[in-house]
Design a protein around this ligand. Structure first.
Ligand SMILES: [Zn+2]
Length: 164
């Protein structure tokens, strides 16, 4: 990954991590590296991964789950991306959409309710991003430097930024 692409991925993953904590789902670790995964039965590759103890998908948590998935996109609004990076990022974040589609399928969400669930998710993502911009920035800096951050360090940074 080139340096600016690393930064893009780091901000994206940092937003997922902060989103999980925001919802009360403890982060175990966040990785920044190329990895093969299977999402909704489809082999894919990702340049980052956030591991957290989130609840089993249910209608009750659907808005929160969609919000964490969407937060990765929204976090990048504050930085300038060139066209190549935007396209690259759009391909990668296809995984987040696949994840959301997977929730819809697993929970047999009615077509008419999908849009409502996405709106709920957008509101959750806005909350995550508006409440924690500095924590996302700092976590992304650690990721750029070390390619990995554990849950304790994620929580420490969020706490420090909240008390500032
Ligand atoms: Zn993502």
């Amino acid at each position: 990954m080139n340096p600016s692409r690393r930064k893009v991925r780091a901000i994206h993953e940092a937003a997922h991590a902060v989103g999980c904590e925001f919802n009360g789902w403890p982060v175990k670790r966040v990785l920044l590296r190329e990895e093969r995964t299977v999402v909704a039965g489809v082999p894919s590759s990702t340049n980052g991964f956030t591991e957290a103890l989130h609840p089993k998908p249910s209608i009750e948590f659907l808005g929160l789950l969609v919000g964490v998935a969407l937060s990765g996109y929204g976090a990048l609004r504050r930085i300038d991306l060139d066209r190549a990076e935007m396209e690259h990022h759009a391909k990668n974040t296809g995984l987040d959409w696949q994840t959301i589609e997977g929730y819809f399928e697993e929970l047999h969400v009615e077509p008419g309710y999908k849009l409502a669930a996405i709106y709920d998710g957008v509101a959750v993502a806005e909350d995550i991003l508006n409440n924690n911009p500095k924590a996302i920035e700092r976590i992304s800096e650690v990721l750029v430097q070390t390619s990995e951050i554990n849950g304790d360090d994620v929580r420490r940074i969020i706490k420090e930024e909240q008390s500032n």
